[in-house]
Design a protein around this ligand. Sequence first.
Ligand code: GTP
Ligand code: MG
Length: 361
Amino acid sequence: MFETANENLAERIILVGTALGKMTREEAEYSLDELARLIDTAGGIEVGRFLQKRNRPDGAFFVGKGIVEELAAKIEETEADLVVFDHLLSPNQQRNLGKKLEVKVIDRAMLILDIFALHARSAESHLQVELAQMEYLLPRLTGLWVHLSRQRGGIGTKGPGETQLETDRRQIGKKISTLKKRLKKIEKQRRTQRQGRSEYRKLALVGYTNAGKSTLFNQLTQAKVTQADQLFSTLDSTTRIMATEYPQKVALTDTVGFIERLPHQLVASFKSTLEEVTLADLILLVVDCSDPYKDRKIEVVTSVLDSIKAGQIPRLLIYNKVDLLEAESEAPIPTNGIIPISALKKVGLNRLKAEIIARFG
Ligand SMILES: Nc1nc2c(ncn2[C@@H]2O[C@H](COP(=O)(O)OP(=O)(O)OP(=O)(O)O)[C@@H](O)[C@H]2O)c(=O)[nH]1
Ligand SMILES: [Mg+2]
């Protein structure tokens, strides 16, 4: 019924970032670079970018009118067919921008939802992504219709009548409840599997996307889950036994990574996947220590953990990718409880295991 950015692969895209409030221009630029990586992952091509410093978003267009004019000119010049905002747009802002710019306008949340849709492999992750997409679309239906009607040959700029909209809303509402029911069933199966592991000590790998969680998981369990230099390669949770000298069996779980401004719809619909984290005895928080924004990323991960009620679980902070530091002779790693490793080069893994056992007591 709706087009998604999936069908718009290799689209020509303009990025729009905003340094809001206390956010510095440098931080906004970094965030835009991350958005560019997301666009690349989705198969799009960047043809231009804008960055504006603002105290707060404009109610109608998010950015100022001047930028909207400049954007229109840039779209013309570059023949762009999609504009992606780095911040969350309200349905109203999205609608106004779409009307004014006459191209599709989406935000970071929708782009992330699209990448999740591209990378979903299991039945469960497909359902979870679809649920999040529906929840995201529901309040935005009106804007989409304006866009779709224009695409169908530009006949009129108005959406269909209220009746059509109401029908669609109802249909999506129904779809949402069907998806929720199907997910409940899978959740039940997952609980049964988990009961079999009730005697185990449970560890969960958690961190920003691309930190190296799956690489570490494979090293510690001899598993072969996907590890790749791309954002959100892992969407499912995988649990394996980890060989240690601890008398009890230790189960390690690898799961979906987090990102700045992760759509709340995704956090909600991935509830059962993230449940593996909420039930852990110890969280292994993996950080890419070569990342200049690692502290910010730790904050992002911590706040997602709080939001899924895993904030109270004990954590070990792991600085991964130390091999990349040596080359750049960066500041030494602080020694207060942080464990430096290189999952790729197998450095520090024995110390990590010893530290885990020490924490179990
Ligand atoms: N140099 C270096 N690269 C690493 C290290 N650990 C992982 N990587 C690389 O970092 C990239 C991401 O690794 P993954 O293990 O897929 O990261 P992830 O945290 O599971 O990422 P998502 O599942 O996408 O959230 C891959 O290209 C890995 O080869 C390391 O210790 N050193
Ligand atoms: Mg992974």
